[in-house]
Design a protein around this ligand. Structure first.
Ligand code: HEC
Length: 460
């Protein structure tokens, strides 16, 4: 009838432990604020150490009972228990010390400090048992976790080559990266949720607390797959629903791997996987619009000087050294002002001369802008007679000639340009020509006319 008493007392352990912590902390604080006055607070301090000791003993006993009745292993609780007993003994020791008159205040402070450290550490170990070792660490920013050697690094996702994927080793190059990205944070040697380690093939074969998680050839029977496709609300669903979920294609890749036999050596190409499933993981190099060469940043002095001379001068983006120069506020810019730009000639990728006083002669200077990608010559005296010099601007992609006098023969020479993509020539003699001619670049002349409809000529 009274067998329940012991487990019940055990369950009071998490509450009981706070008594010695509170009472001893109180006593230790008094030791420190009494400074060197031996008599001040003496009785209170003695009482705190005595009561703290008694409750530490009760905590240790209840803790031991909890260990016995709640299925904790001795390995998990041993240090916590031993240090808990040590805390009790140390408290009584200090109580005894207070009764002796010989003890120096300095000595007492030292020992109280030691008791405090011991108590904190004991409490910390206890917290680890109830909340898990990562309880405090989990909430730290990744950089800090890294610093204390705890970070389970967030892996970047699966990336596959668009060509030759058939030859990839299915487990190492496909399955493991998926597990690293989606599962590793909870299933690794330091954080063994469900006693499952998903950081290597061998560990995966060992399974978790419910045994094997893999049945070769049968995904539905394999927890490694079946848990992923459970409804999200199901408590067995993996990863837990509040966590980022793997892409459906990633789940399909795991299914197909198990289907194929879940071996370490099989190749991706041997499976039933189609290229469409792999599509989201293909690695594509985003080709940048501006040249992919490194240049030094223009100095701050150069930039402020350009600005003081009324140029608009900015980097094309924050992390780029490329410069964008415009003369919108410098409409008097003429060929003689060219030298003001030579200092940043390597950085200029975008140059806008719209509305300025430039003439054809300036084009000869432009070939020193090796990285020039966008050039705007709108509304200027450019006649087009020497446009061929721009063919040596090997990075030029967009050329604007709106509202200039360029005509068909003058832009034909640009057909020789290696990469020119677009030429804009609205409001030019060109725009009036019925050009059927094909260019190596796209010519925009803004004649978006609808074909004539029979109804257009009906007279009502
Ligand atoms: C946020 C933490 C977390 C993440 C991320 C996570 N799991 Fe789990 N997993 C758990 C916990 C907790 C358990 C134990 C409770 C349970 O069995 O549901 C568990 C248990 C399991 C089990 C059962 C082990 C056993 O034998 O009982 C499998 C299988 C599993 N997870 C697979 C995965 C896979 C596959 C992923 C990645 C796609 C994943 N988990 C991601 C927390 C996580």
């Amino acid at each position: 009838m009274i067998e329940f008493i012991l487990p019940l007392f055990g369950r009071f352990h998490p509450i009981l432990v706070h008594l010695p912590i509170g009472i001893l902390t109180f006593g230790i604080v008094l030791v420190f604020i009494s400074r060197n006055d031996q008599t001040k607070y003496k009785d209170s301090i003695r009482l705190a150490f005595l009561l703290g000791g008694i409750f530490a003993v009760l905590s240790s006993i209840s803790g031991f009972l909890q260990y016995q009745h709640e299925g904790f292993t001795w390995e998990t609780v041993q240090f916590h228990f031993i240090l808990g007993c040590a805390t009790a003994i140390a408290s009584f020791g200090l109580f005894y010390e207070m009764n002796r008159t010989s003890s120096s205040p300095k000595n007492l402070k030292l020992k109280s400090g030691g008791l405090f450290a011991l108590m904190l550490f004991t409490g910390h170990l206890g917290g680890n048992i109830t909340h898990g070792e990562e309880y405090l660490i989990e909430v730290l920013p990744p950089e800090l976790q890294n610093l204390i050697g705890y970070e389970i690094e967030a892996e970047k996702g699966l990336v596959l080559p668009e060509q030759g994927w058939e030859e990839l080793v299915y487990y190492d190059e496909v399955v493991q990266p998926i597990l690293n990205q989606n599962c590793k944070s909870c299933h690794n040697p330091k954080n063994l949720k469900g006693e499952l380690d998903l950081t290597s093939f061998d560990k995966l074969l060992e399974g978790g607390e419910d045994g094997s998680i893999l049945t070769a050839g049968n995904p539905e029977e394999s927890a490694l797959y079946s848990r992923l496709v459970l409804p999200k609300e199901d408590e067995d669903h993996m990863p837990p629903k509040e966590k980022k979920q793997p892409e459906k294609e990633a789940i399909e890749l795991i299914r197909a791997w198990i289907d194929l036999g879940a071996t370490k050596s099989s190749k991706l190409g041997e499976s039933s996987i189609s290229p469409e499933t792999l599509e989201p993981f293909f690695h594509r190099v985003e080709k940048s619009f501006y040249p992919e060469v490194a240049v030094e940043a223009a100095s701050d002095e150069s930039l402020s000087r350009l600005k003081s001379e009324s140029f608009f001068a900015e980097k094309v983006s924050e992390n780029s050294n490329w410069l964008m120069i415009s003369c919108v506020n410098f409409q008097n810019f003429s060929n003689q002002d060219w030298s003001k730009l030579t200092e940043v000639k390597n950085q200029i990728v975008y140059l806008d001369f719209t509305g300025t006083q430039i003439t054809d002669a300036i084009l000869d200077s432009l070939n020193m802008l090796e990285n020039l990608t966008v050039l705007k010559l709108n509304q200027t005296g450019i006649s087009g007679k020497n446009l061929q010099v721009l063919n040596s601007n090997k990075n030029l992609k967009h050329l604007y000639l709106n509202k200039t006098r360029v005509d068909l023969p003058s832009i034909q020479v640009l057909n020789e340009h290696p990469i020119l993509e677009k030429v804009f020539a609205f409001d030019t003699p060109l725009a009036n020509n019925e050009t059927k001619e094909k260019f190596n670049f796209i010519l925009e002349i803004g004649k978006y006319q609808l074909p004539a409809l029979p109804t257009d000529t009906i007279v009502y």
